[in-house]
Design a protein around this ligand. Structure first.
Ligand code: GLN
Length: 242
């Protein structure tokens, strides 16, 4: 029997893994296995000669300014391959430090981390850091997205770039625009840690559906019993929204 497989490329987990971001991989894996779908996770480490030929979903987690500085050159060695992947509808999730690296640059005063320019956005640094719980309403899922943010960066989207959603609680991209994250083709960039996916199963399934659609031409995903995930999501909404 033909077994559908989703292959995930997890970029630089040893450097880009703030606030449990790698937990997103566990969620994606579980939600595939629960549906009798196969999941292969390829970790890409510093110094690896990575290829995205088999990738259905790329994940880039968050990192401190220091870690972003260490990883950015290595990441940019994959720039043209990543760009072709994204333009071809490749699915990519990037969180916080990883989200900032999707853009043209992250300006930290006199220092600049050059990004991948996969999405028309850039980030500069502001004060104070934007820290706390966050709630975002997005068109990609019914439930508001809940999580945690902690960033000095302020991200500014290019005029044609859609945000992932609007901030119902917290700060989002820059603390003033009301926008959170970016949505470009099948790319999600977001400041939401937590990790993001355990309490936001709709986001996980959006990513998996896009990945299956691109690989197999159908996004068919049997529904799961998400009672616990949605109760956890609801508990945060009850705490944070008026
Ligand atoms: N270092 C970046 C900032 O402070 C990203 C931090 C993060 O990934 N949480 O803005």
């Amino acid at each position: 029997m033909h077994e559908r497989t989703v292959t995930i490329a997890h970029l630089y987990p040893e450097l880009l893994n703030l606030y449990g971001d790698s937990g997103n991989i566990l969620v994606l894996r579980k939600r595939l296995l629960w549906r009798d779908l196969r999941c292969v996770v390829n970790e890409v480490h510093m110094g690896d000669k990575a290829s995205l030929a088999d990738a259905d979903l790329v994940f880039i987690g968050g990192g401190s300014d220091r870690e972003q500085t260490i990883v950015c050159d290595e990441l940019r060695s994959m720039q043209s391959e990543l760009r072709s992947y994204v333009e071809d509808g490749g699915v990519l999730l990037a969180v916080c430090g990883g989200y900032q690296l999707l853009g043209h640059s992250y300006l930290m005063g006199d220092e600049e981390v050059r990004g991948l320019s996969l999405v028309d956005l850039y980030t500069d640094r502001g004060s104070p850091r934007l820290i706390g719980n966050v709630v975002v309403q997005s068109r990609i899922c019914a439930q508001p997205i809940v999580g945690y943010e902690n960033h000095g960066g302020r991200t500014h989207l290019g005029s044609g770039i859609e945000p992932l959603g609007s901030v119902l609680h917290g700060y989002g991209n820059d603390g003033t625009s009301g926008a959170e994250g970016c949505l470009y083709k099948n790319v999600i960039g977001t400041y939401v840690h937590g990790p993001l996916l355990p309490k936001n199963p709709g986001v996980a399934d959006w990513l998996l559906a896009r990945a299956l659609e691109r690989r197999y031409g159908t996004a068919e995903l049997p529904s799961l019993d998400d009672a616990e995930e949605l109760a956890a999501n609801r508990a945060m909404l009850d705490r944070l929204l008026p």
